[in-house]
Design a protein around this ligand. Structure first.
Ligand code: FAD
Length: 402
């Protein structure tokens, strides 16, 4: 196995954006809203705000998607991702999952880009008898929240996914947990913004927020100033260290590193037909023949290194589920930084009443939560209020009671 340095690449390296690489858009002199950060969250907000009739500009110090979004597998896993302690997030996750079909239809229509939205559900598989007991407990836990999930016997599982190890003896099927391709999603959002005339300013240089008398007045990037009374931070894992927060405001978001890799089957018969999760990895087949294997969870700050231990764990976990991965080509290996809050749920809405808003902390679910996040922020901008599920995720939930 060749793990030479040039074999390790960002997943973005293989995606040619539809409108050239770094777009040459300039920051306009005025906008209703400036979005800082062009990951899936910022791009989705910019698009939905433009659809709602606002004049919008969006900027990023790097290329759109190249923060964490290109690292994602693209699962829309409201059920499979639900864990003890996740009850603040669950209603919002279910809401967003429900919005995905129309979000996808509208985005595909507007952009002309196919998102590879695969409505095939997720199988949470047990690979040994020991794991079956834990899977029963997980099934009872998911069912107790009313989540759509059904028990799958060993023979049924092997009929659904014949490539799985013969010891695979049961699964939970989550029929509403679908997936998209995050690279196609970014390409589609770029195209939709371009069609609506929204400037997307990439590699924008240093960014600062202009304020006067305690209110936001606009955003400066390099030498350009865009005047706007509303600015939204969609700066993902970098929010707390961005220097863009007002003095005294703490946004508790940290990076949680994930290593993942893409394999390519040499024979179409080796492919899975839907996402399979085990206790150690998830395996997500994409239409272009890649099989995404993810992902480690590491509290190592912004250390972007690909480690032997991380790659070993992914490959071992993949081989344990799907023996034929041994014959697959390793196409890419990467790391990404999940933007993670203290309760693993996003932070949405007003920051300090100055016109500064925030949409960060989407942890393992930024792709899933993009439609509901964008809808919530646009609601706040247009109606001055958010839906109850989003309202519960405001920054002030972290305020200590006196
Ligand atoms: C391995 C892995 C697998 C994942 N799989 C899934 C999955 O299957 N499903 C799912 O829903 N989620 C998944 N996620 C999580 C998902 O990727 C994130 O939640 C999501 O990408 C966060 O999007 P974002 O727009 O908030 O952040 P980002 O994509 O990081 O975007 C933030 C942007 O802000 C820019 N920025 C930061 N600071 C500044 C500044 N000062 N000035 C200008 N620009 C700035 C950055 O350059 C970046 O482009 C996964 C994450 C990882 C790491």
């Amino acid at each position: 196995m060749n793990l030479a340095a040039d074999y390790v690449m960002r997943p973005s390296a293989r995606l040619a954006p539809p409108f050239g690489s770094a777009t040459r858009a300039r920051l306009p002199a005025h906008a209703d809203l400036v979005v800082i950060g062009a990951g899936v969250i910022g791009l989705s907000i910019a698009w939905r705000a433009a659809v709602a009739g606002m004049s919008v500009a969006i900027l990023d110090r790097a290329e759109a998607g190249a923060g964490t979004t290109f690292s994602a597998t693209g699962m829309l896993a409201a059920a499979a991702e639900h864990e003890p302690g996740g009850s603040a997030l669950l209603p919002f996750a279910i809401e967003s999952q429900g919005l995905w079909p129309s979000f996808c239809d509208e985005l595909e229509r507007e952009s002309g880009v196919d998102l590879d939205f695969r409505r095939s559900g997720i199988l949470l598989a047990a690979l040994s008898r020991d794991e079956v007991d834990r899977l029963h407990a997980r099934h009872a836990f998911l069912a107790s929240f009313g989540l759509d999930c059904s028990w799958v016997s060993g023979p049924e599982l092997r009929a659904l996914e014949p490539g799985l190890r013969p010891s695979a003896c049961a699964a939970i099927y989550c029929p509403r947990d679908h997936q998209v391709d995050p690279r196609a999603l970014v390409a589609a959002l770029r195209a939709a913004l371009w069609r609506r005339g929204v400037p997307l300013v990439e590699n924008c240089g240093d960014v600062s927020i202009e304020r006067a008398d305690g209110f936001v007045e606009g955003v400066r990037a390099s030498d350009a100033l865009c005047r706007a009374s509303r600015v939204i931070l969609a700066t993902g894992a970098w929010t707390a260290t961005s220097g863009l927060l007002p003095d005294g405001v703490c946004v508790p978001v940290r990076p949680v590193k994930g290593q993942a890799l893409a394999l390519r089957a040499r024979d179409a018969r080796q492919a899975l037909s839907r996402i399979v999760w085990t206790e150690h990895v998830h395996l997500a087949p994409k239409r272009d023949g890649r099989l995404i294997v993810g992902a480690t969870m590491e509290e190592t700050g912004f250390d972007a290194s690909v480690t032997a231990g991380g790659v070993y764990a992914l490959l071992e976990g993949a081989r344990r589920a799907l023996p034929c991965v041994e014959e697959m080509e390793i196409e890419a290996i990467w790391t990404g930084f999940r933007p993670t809050s203290v309760d693993d749920a996003p932070i949405l809405g007003d920051v300090d009443g100055s016109g500064l808003l925030i949409a960060v902390g989407h942890h393992r679910n930024g792709i899933l939560l993009a439609p509901a996040t964008a809808a919530a922020i646009v609601d706040l901008l247009v109606r001055g209020d958010m839906t109850p599920n989003a309202y519960a995720l405001r920054l002030d939930r972290f305020k200590k009671e006196d």
